[in-house]
Design a binder for this molecule. Structure first.
Ligand SMILES: [Zn+2]
Length: 371
């Protein structure tokens, strides 16, 4: 099967799944009520819309969804009151979060337990593609933030007539990266991203996410500059609220993996964003996984790419260009953790660059650039 047609089929399969009311899930709320809630996307009058219903009381749950530009930036922000309903810890304490267990019995995809409501094994794959190293299945995300399509890609294998989802940890390997790069190269409209553990991933089972999005994201057109010795395919984001490395869409998988591995080996969390003509690798400040300035969740790939998704209405209203820069500076690293693997010594914005953030004073996660 050609990858291109898989992506087209996937987009069509998403539309069909919404129309036939398959993008629906039932879960229990976290509050004391322990109500059973049905949440999903439906087509109403030719448009896709979120809905939620309290199955315990039969009451429809109406929540706001708003989207606006953040003035003075190319970023947008979405407040999604429906996503606020989804199961999550009551309050996240700022700082580094507890490790997510890699134990297969505690896997949040319930990859070996089809009896669980939210088990991936109960969802139909919307698409399947066999790439160089793995066969991959695309599943709908249980709480989509993109109405045009929000999917999870998981390595899969087939055992007789049933699908098996091997419980691989959420850590990149070269074969996984090769496959996702080839999927990306054969798709114009799909944004693919990988959140590492402690950088937005809440499930320790190998998964990538994909969204079909209508608008260009800020990171696609952000300024870049050469860094380090100015040699090679790497650039860094310049005059952009977040720090990060930028590679060409056609980067050699081995080179990109060397950069990823440098982070993984040092246990530096990261986000990897494949969008448009770019691949952006965003090393994260491990001490600022959750920050008070971004209540209700953790910053992850979409936020760094230009779309802030927030479940706190007050924070939605208050977000402006200054707050945005403070948040994204705080959660991304301004220095590269190791020498050798990539010829980049620092990814900090130039001191003379316009619009730079104030100097950091906490010294957290700073390292002296290697000689
Ligand atoms: Zn699993």
């Amino acid at each position: 099967m050609k990858t291109m047609s898989v992506v087209q089929n996937l987009s069509d399969a998403w539309l069909e799944a919404v129309r036939s009311r398959r993008i629906v899930n039932v879960f229990e709320t976290n509050d004391d009520q322990k109500a059973k809630v049905e949440f999903g996307l439906v087509e109403v009058g030719g448009k896709f819309d979120y809905y939620a219903k309290n199955l315990t009381t039969g009451e429809a749950l109406i929540r706001k969804v708003e989207d606006r530009a953040i003035e003075g930036t190319d970023f947008r922000i979405q407040y999604n009151g429906y996503r606020a309903l989804r199961p999550r810890p009551k309050a996240l304490n700022p700082g580094r979060q507890p490790d997510v267990s890699g134990d297969v019995m505690q896997c949040k995809f319930y990859c070996q337990d089809p009896k669980q409501n939210l088990s991936m094994l109960r969802r139909d794959a919307l698409a399947q593609v066999t790439l160089k190293n793995w066969r991959w299945n695309a599943y709908y995300n249980a709480t989509p933030f993109e109405k045009e399509g929000h999917l999870l890609w998981l390595p899969a294998s087939v055992d007789g007539t049933s699908t098996v989802l091997p419980h691989l940890s959420q850590e990149l390997t070269l074969p996984i990266l090769e496959d996702m790069l080839s999927l990306f190269l054969n798709s114009d409209s799909m944004l693919l991203f990988f959140n590492s553990l402690h950088a937005g991933a809440t499930v320790n089972h190998m998964h990538w996410q994909a969204v079909f999005h209508e608008r260009e994201l800020a990171i696609e057109t952000a300024q870049t500059r050469k860094a380090g010795d100015g040699n090679g395919d790497w650039q860094v984001l310049d005059n952009y609220p977040a720090n990060g490395l930028v590679f060409d869409r056609g980067v050699d998988p081995g080179k990109l993996f060397a950069a990823v591995k440098a982070l993984q080996d040092k246990k530096v969390p990261y986000n990897l964003i494949l969008v448009g003509k770019r691949i952006c690798l965003m090393p994260r400040n491990k001490n600022h996984e959750v920050i008070p300035e971004f209540p209700g969740g953790a910053v992850a790939s979409m936020e760094l790419a230009g779309k802030i998704i927030i479940v706190d209405e007050a924070a939605f209203k208050a977000m402006d260009s200054v707050r945005l820069r403070n948040v994204l500076q705080k959660v991304t690293r301004s220095s590269w953790p190791s020498a050798g693997a990539v010829p980049i010594k620092e990814i900090r914005r130039r001191p003379d660059a316009p619009g730079r953030a104030p100097e950091r004073t906490d010294g957290a996660d700073q390292q002296v650039p290697p000689k």
